[in-house]
Ligand binder design. Structure first.
Ligand code: SF4
Ligand code: SF4
Length: 375
């Protein structure tokens, strides 16, 4: 902990764009006395546990949903009811439903889980930066596993030159801008009508069928993403995921951030080296970047007691000091927000899409005829 009160700048530009100059190697040699951490960091064990649990949950949901659709296709009564969690794979529906809810005050009846899951992930982003990406998202988990495998086999990952990296990172905002523009142009009535078309109703089945009957182009795209993720850290999340882009924008307003205590820091730069988002953690006091996923990898490798951690902002004039949050507190906050919001949706009867099985029986086997209603 620092001994004096430190005043943080209210706004810092993305620290990954404007990097403070790194001193020459000789000047960077640790000069301060290292006070070693009293206990080993367990944040990565907890985080990987969350990632695995959420990946298994998604595999379970996907498996149930696949068997249900297969039963409909075969014309038999499905053995499983629809797992509403599949709505988590419909972020555009979530965005449309969020707009509908804000404009009308009514929770939509089609894919309401998409709305509540989006709200849960936005809440996590606001309170704990992009923790969804590094703690929960199955795509993020697969992406992380791939680059770790790539690093193990090739002994390194590719790092694009900074100008190209910045340029590519803009792609996810372009994609996000397109989706936001499309949803912004739809009035509430149009959103409701869209959701009640066969296409809107079985958007989940359409997505599943895309992978079940994937064509050559789809396979090439997935192949490029897999190879890219193998070679480059968080290739999909960093450059292309519009969902991550949205969460990043929300996370900019988060009171939580990685903070460094310069009095305890020995300037070893291990944190910056470990950061998968390539953030110059060792050269800023507060990591304000929208690329920070609260993965705490930087904290895990820091050898100095109290030099680095994630903490809430210190309010001006507040008597209490900003303290680092332990990994279990971050994990607890993620779990409480996720289960709290999902639990509320379930208890209030706003979780399941309320469509009789007979309707699905009619539409699902003919899913390829359910085309997008927009021109
Ligand atoms: S390593 Fe630290 S700075 Fe980098 S993304 Fe993770 S939490 Fe943020
Ligand atoms: S904050 Fe970073 S540079 Fe400072 S001691 Fe920890 S790992 Fe080293």
């Amino acid at each position: 902990m620092a001994t004096g009160t430190r005043i943080e700048p209210l706004i810092q530009i993305d620290s990954s764009l404007a990097e403070p100059a790194r001193p020459a190697a000789s000047a960077r040699k640790p000069k301060k006395k290292l006070v070693r951490r009293a206990s080993p960091d367990r944040s990565q064990i907890v985080r990987h546990g969350f990632q695995l649990a959420f990946l298994l949950l998604n595999i379970w949901i996907g498996g149930e949903f696949y068997l249900r659709v297969r039963d409909f296709d075969a014309g038999v009564t499905p053995h499983f009811s629809r797992p509403a969690g599949v709505d988590g794979w419909l972020p555009i529906s979530g965005l449309m439903n969020l707009k509908y809810w804000v404009l009308t005050g009514h929770v939509p009846s089609m894919h309401p889980a998409a709305l509540f899951l989006l709200v849960a992930f936005l809440a996590i982003a606001f309170l704990l930066r992009k923790a969804f990406c590094s703690w929960l998202c199955p795509a993020g988990t697969i992406s992380e596993s791939l680059w770790r495998l790539g690093h193990k086999l090739l002994r390194r990952n590719i790092e694009f030159p900074r100008w190209l990296d910045v340029l590519l990172r803009g792609l996810k905002y372009l994609l996000l801008g397109f989706f936001v523009w499309a949803v912004a142009a739809m009035p509430a009535g149009e959103i409701r009508n869209f959701m009640h078309t066969p296409f809107g109703l079985i958007a989940d089945v359409k997505l599943l069928n895309f992978f079940r009957y994937i064509g050559e182009t789809g396979l090439i795209v997935i192949g490029v993403l897999v190879v890219g993720s193998f070679l480059v850290k968080n290739f999909w999340c960093r450059y292309l995921c519009p969902y991550g882009g949205l969460l990043g924008i929300v996370s900019f307003f988060s009171p939580a951030a990685i903070r460094r205590d310069p009095e305890r820091c020995i300037d070893c730069a291990k944190c910056a080296k470990a950061c998968p988002s390539r953030l110059p953690v060792d050269r800023v006091l507060v990591v304000h970047s929208v690329e920070c996923t609260a993965c705490m990898e930087c904290v895990a490798v820091c050898p100095a007691e109290g030099a680095l951690g994630i903490s809430l902002a210190q309010l001006p004039g507040a008597k209490w000091r900003s303290r680092y949050l332990p990994a279990w507190a971050v994990a607890l906050a993620v779990a409480v927000l996720f289960f709290g919001i999902v639990g509320y949706a379930k208890l209030s009867g706003h979780w399941q899409t309320d469509v009789p099985s007979a309707v699905y029986q009619q539409i699902v086997p003919n899913a390829n005829q359910a085309t997008h209603p927009m021109p």
